[in-house]
Ligand binder design. Structure first.
Ligand code: IFG
Length: 429
């Protein structure tokens, strides 16, 4: 079983499980199980799953499916399980390279098997704008027309977007859309002349540099643009969070950056959603229900205002665009090689010195796609390393042992390979 349940007793007896006759029952009174926990019982007389929520029942089914062998049998078992952290996510960068609705839905289906419950979609960047915004047609049609290296572009219509988020809902994966601002905005600047100081659109960008683009606070069109973009996202996203980026705004002066984050904070709050931003946004005053995402600088995230929650994505353990090892033909190197041991071997409470454990809302592994042109490459870089992240986010630290996890990871990697997933075969497994 992966992630490892908090409490599991497996018997030697086995019984065939008929998935259509599993007895599932919702008991809101089982507050011990919380929002996602479950109790699973497999006996000769039948199988039962109890939870306080539908999400808990889903998680119980995920565990049951993992216990079942190809002949449909499963060991007699008693499992009581709840997650360590609430936010257990993956990020897919669909801006540097575009991935279709079906590919995103496949990604959601795969990550949900391991009880990951957030999909952060990085929708816009210098190389691409991937979501149609009514009233600003050029953003997606022009800004989404290409990709890194001049590879094929693409974008999601609002119907596509709804298809993605509803697939997420059916798999208990909350989709968190990101429109990266004020930096990482060349695709928008190349599409809307009024967003540029000189009123002239720069060319579309297909390179791999970062930090050279910025929206401008004081241009008349900027506030209307931000308002329309945030509102479109909010109206079409059932989840409670909107990610507004905020990273690497190297071409935005500090005062203007802070002003911009405050504008975004106001616009997101006005929609009733909660704001998520990369750690740099901690330089600005933030509402207490905002979440900042750590990726590189522990100082920046430690500086975030008191009460603000933190999602941990330490690049050295979670940046899935890094290669596994020196023989890996795919992947970057700037954050170091990340094989399955490094993806697994970290405790979230150790990442940011001085950060109170109760401010950690969870963990997330981003896949940036400057060098990831195909979904096969996505699978190679994400599986099985995302399964390591899943256990970091779910299983209590005292129960985590590499030697035990390694065996379970090997088993799951083989299962994914048998199902046609382009898994990476780590030398460590
Ligand atoms: N950092 C940039 C990403 C991407 C990444 C590649 C963040 C928050 C380097 N920002 O990580 O856009 O270029 O590894």
């Amino acid at each position: 079983m992966l992630p490892l349940p908090r409490h599991a007793v497996l018997g030697n007896e086995r019984s065939v499980v008929d998935l259509d006759s599993v007895e599932t029952s919702l008991h809101p009174s089982r507050t011990d199980l919380g929002a996602e926990g479950y109790e699973l019982l497999i006996e000769a007389g039948g199988t039962a799953i109890v939870a306080a929520t539908e999400h808990g029942l889903w998680n119980g089914h995920c565990t049951l499916r993992q216990l079942m062998a190809v002949d449909g049998s499963a060991p007699h078992a008693h499992v009581i399980d709840t997650p360590r952290f609430a936010w257990r996510g993956a990020m897919l960068d669909v801006a540097r390279h575009f991935f279709t609705v079906d590919e995103v839905k496949r990604f959601i289906s795969l990550i949900s098997r391991y009880k990951l419950n957030r999909l952060h979609l990085h929708l816009t960047d210098d190389q691409g704008w991937r979501l149609d915004i009514p009233g600003w047609p050029a953003l997606a049609r022009h800004g989404g027309s290409t990709a890194t290296n001049g590879d094929p572009g693409g974008y999601y219509t609002l119907d596509d977007w709804r298809e993605i988020v509803h697939h997420g809902e059916r798999h208990f994966v909350t989709v968190v859309p990101e429109i990266d601002m004020p930096g990482h905005t060349n695709a928008a600047l190349a599409s809307v002349s009024e967003l540029n100081v000189d009123g002239v659109c720069p060319p579309l960008y297909t390179g791999k540099q970062v930090g050279f683009s910025s929206l401008r606070m004081h241009l008349p069109a900027t506030e209307r643009f931000v308002h329309d973009v945030v509102r479109t996202l909010a109206e079409n996203t059932p989840g409670p969070w909107l990610h507004i980026g905020g990273d690497e705004a190297h071409s935005t002066d500090h005062a203007e950056y802070v002003e911009f984050i405050e504008l975004l904070q106001r616009e997101v709050a006005a929609t009733g959603k909660r704001m998520v931003a990369w750690e740099e946004a901690g330089a600005a005053p933030l509402h207490r229900d905002t979440v900042v995402q750590h990726w590189l600088s522990t100082d920046k995230v430690a500086a975030a205002p008191a009460g603000v929650g933190v999602v941990l994505s330490p690049a050295s353990h979670t940046y899935l665009d890094m290669r596994h090892d020196e023989d890996d033909p795919l992947g970057r190197r700037w954050a170091g090689d990340i094989d399955v041991d490094a993806a697994y071997g970290w405790d979230p409470v150790d990442v940011v010195p001085g950060l109170a454990a109760d401010r950690i809302v969870g963990v997330e592994a981003p896949l940036w796609t400057e060098k990831v042109p195909t979904f096969d490459a996505v699978e190679h870089l994400c599986f099985p390393r995302l399964l390591c992240l899943a256990e970091v986010g779910w299983t209590p630290q005292p129960m985590r042992q590499w030697d035990d996890f390694r065996v379970r990871l090997q088993h799951e990697t083989n299962r994914l390979a048998m199902e046609g997933v382009n898994v990476h075969r780590s030398k460590l497994l």
